[in-house]
Design a binder for this molecule. Structure first.
Ligand code: PGA
Length: 264
């Protein structure tokens, strides 16, 4: 599918993304897929785009299914002597359509800077992949009223690498670091305020108003809170870690998009 077509799809539908992180096995991935397909068969979810981002080895298994597939990271390099790296072109060979870049775990545990994240987003776009660029603040930064300063730095790095029109082909995932894997979710109101700020930030920085940049939310999303989060029109989908490892829970989260009202 061409990027322009994908952009239309992502704007029309909710984007529900599973981030398996360093979890799973061949047996788990096979069972997960069978369970998820069965649920989709009995209750098709037409208004959402489902993307699964497994560890690299399970990509071929998932990309042979009807689901869309994403990677959790990409190399900054195209090819060459970079042991252990995987390029965007290699992922495109396996029908990978999305890639998560700048997840806070990569920023903190693997020292990825905002500049590196922005370069990865640019590389992904060049290979026809949609980058899901993660941004978000720590608890300390939120408590010291620095949330928007941190986001401004992370987004400005993106704009240094991409034109405003290219930015409109990116998805942003707002993932407050204090909410990731902690069980503490941002309230729908807290997330909505940041999502609206990010949307306005892009408009103020020259992204044409006809192309809004979709912002999804991530951080302890689970079946019990998904409908409330997804009820906000500024929240165009969710990025789900822990709760995506169980097909039934992930399906219930995706179903919450249908339950939530979206009167824009
Ligand atoms: P979580 O992770 O849902 O387990 O909090 C979200 C993420 O890290 O993308």
């Amino acid at each position: 599918m061409k990027i322009a077509e994908r952009t239309q799809v992502k704007q029309a539908k909710g984007l529900i993304v599973a981030n398996w992180k360093l979890n799973g096995s061949m047996a788990m991935a096979t069972d997960w897929l069978a369970d998820f397909n069965e649920l989709m068969h009995s209750h098709p979810l037409k208004e959402v785009t489902i993307v699964v981002c497994p560890p690299y080895p399970y990509i071929p298994l998932l990309s042979a299914s009807a689901l869309r597939v994403g990677a959790q990271n990409i190399s900054l390099h195209d090819q060459g002597a970079f042991t252990g790296e995987v390029s965007t072109a290699m992922l495109a060979d396996f029908n990978v359509e999305y890639v998560i870049v700048g997840h806070s775990e990569r920023r903190t545990l693997f020292s990825e800077t905002s500049d590196m994240v922005a370069k990865k987003a640019a590389l992904a776009l060049m290979s026809g992949l949609t980058p899901i660029v993660c941004v978000g603040e720590t608890l300390e930064q939120r408590d010291s009223d620095c949330t928007f300063k941190v986001l401004d730095e992370q987004l400005a790095a993106l704009l240094a690498q991409l034109s405003p029109v290219q930015c409109s082909k990116v998805m942003i995932a707002y993932e407050p670091i204090w909410a990731i894997g902690t069980g503490k979710t941002a309230s729908a109101e807290q997330a909505d305020a940041v999502h609206q700020w990010i949307e306005k930030w892009f408009m103020d920085h020259g992204v044409p108003s006809e192309f809004s940049v979709p912002v999804i939310y991530g951080g302890s999303v689970k079946p019990s809170n998904a409908a409330s989060i997804l009820s906000k029109p500024s929240i165009k989908g969710v990025l789900v870690g822990g709760a995506s490892l169980k097909a039934k829970e992930f399906f219930e989260i995706a179903n919450a998009w249908h339950v939530a009202s979206h009167d824009e």
